[in-house]
Design a binder for this molecule. Structure first.
Ligand SMILES: NC(=O)c1ccc[n+]([C@@H]2O[C@H](COP(=O)([O-])OP(=O)(O)OC[C@H]3O[C@@H](n4cnc5c(N)ncnc54)[C@H](O)[C@@H]3O)[C@@H](O)[C@H]2O)c1
Length: 352
């Protein structure tokens, strides 16, 4: 049975989710909320929703709406809108990060459990076929026991500026969170036991002041001795808006898997703009109305389809809570220049 769905925050990624939901035959009616009147008008003209409002609470008061996607910035808004949505009896997909603090995340997880509602987090990279292939290969045992896994991700400075301008959350929380999530998913049931992290910054500090990191490396040790290394950087020159370049390498006792997710397979070179890499953003983008390059449309449709069918979703909020533990440990480690053991005693509030 088709359901009515709402998107709160229709900026970059909320715009993608809105368009995907509008095309989904399981959606009987679409509703949107956006506080920027110009963007609300733009999305209204594009997808012709059943209702469009500046105030998301109007949507929550509508009992016909069964599911809400929370795609707002700044990230500090996620907790309250998600909490309000759960209290109103809606299933929720919230973009990462699930919340700003451990207490907030735990409260949301408990609330969803109590109200028997689906709460899931936008870890879109699990819907990237290359990432899913890593999980398939590791779980099949084809490369033996995993020994070490690397994911090195860099995005453009335009994204670095956008992120830095709206949140104090680190590159671990904002960018590496995806890689930490999917590598733990690929390596399940192994658990993280120790985290070490360092940051480096020379470029963004010129715009955002001393201490603004350009890059963060995070090393995580798992309980079976596997090491995971994740790097997140945000100062690549702008060759294409929101360009993202990632290299991944999994070394096992019986083989190795390398994944080039640098998006160099399509190169557009023009006199006006030089070399560009279309279809290279992390969530993906519509190429034409009927085709989407990237994981986010699939992830959006998966959320809607599973709710419609009454099936559980893949990304559990407790997994997002574990990832939060790791990135907070990484930030504490980088600040103190020492490894942090998990489970840790220190809370986010211990950071300066
Ligand atoms: N999964 C991914 O690959 C991926 C990629 C980029 C960003 N993200 C995450 O997605 C979220 C959105 O990022 P973005 O880049 O689209 O941001 P954005 O700034 O482009 O869009 C956010 C929108 O939310 C709106 N908004 C803020 N408060 C609101 C409210 N109370 N009610 C209604 N609308 C409100 C803003 O006006 C804005 O248009 C962030 O949490 C970000 O971390 C995920």
């Amino acid at each position: 049975m088709a359901i009515e769905v709402a998107v709160v925050g229709t900026g970059w990624v909320g715009g993608i989710r809105t368009q995907a939901a509008a095309d989904n035959p399981q959606v009987s009616a679409l509703h949107i909320a956006e506080i920027r009147p110009d963007r609300l008008a733009e999305m209204k003209a594009l997808v012709k929703p059943k209702s469009a409002t500046l105030d998301y609470k109007e949507l929550l008061a509508n009992p016909a709406i069964k599911a809400v996607m929370v795609s707002t910035t700044p990230e500090g808004t996620h907790y309250q809108i998600t909490k309000d949505s759960l209290l109103a009896g809606k299933h929720v997909l919230v973009e990462k990060p699930i919340a700003s603090t451990e207490d907030e995340a735990e409260e949301l997880i408990d609330l969803a459990e109590k109200k028997k509602l689906i709460l899931t987090v936008g870890y879109s990279q699990r819907f990237n076929p290359r990432v899913a292939f890593i999980r398939k290969v590791i779980q099949s045992g084809e490369i033996g026991e995993p020994v070490t896994c690397l994911s090195s991700r860099n995005v453009t400075v335009s994204l670095g500026n956008k992120i830095r301008g709206r949140t104090k959350l680190s590159l671990a929380a904002m960018e590496a969170t995806h890689d930490l999530d999917f590598l733990l998913w690929c390596l399940a049931p192994r658990k993280p036991i120790r985290v070490y992290s360092q940051v480096s910054g020379k470029y963004l500090a010129k715009t955002h002041g001393p201490g603004a990191p350009d890059h963060q490396w995070i090393m995580v040790t798992l309980d079976d001795g596997t090491t995971v290394v994740v790097g997140a950087g945000a100062i690549l020159p702008v060759g294409y808006p929101n360009y993202c370049q990632t290299w991944m390498q999994i070394v096992g006792t019986e083989g190795t898997l390398s994944v080039d997710d640098s998006h160099h397979e399509v190169t557009l070179n023009t006199r006006k703009n030089g070399i560009q890499y279309p279809m290279s953003s992390m969530p993906g983008e519509y190429v034409m109305d009927h085709t989407f390059a990237g994981p986010m449309a699939t992830e959006t449709n998966y959320f809607i389809d599973n709710i419609t069918r009454g099936k559980p979703v893949m990304v559990k909020p407790k997994e997002a809570r574990t990832v939060m533990d790791i990135y907070i440990a990484a930030d504490i480690s980088a600040e103190r220049n020492e490894p942090v053991s998990l489970p840790r005693n220190a809370r986010l509030s211990d950071l300066k």
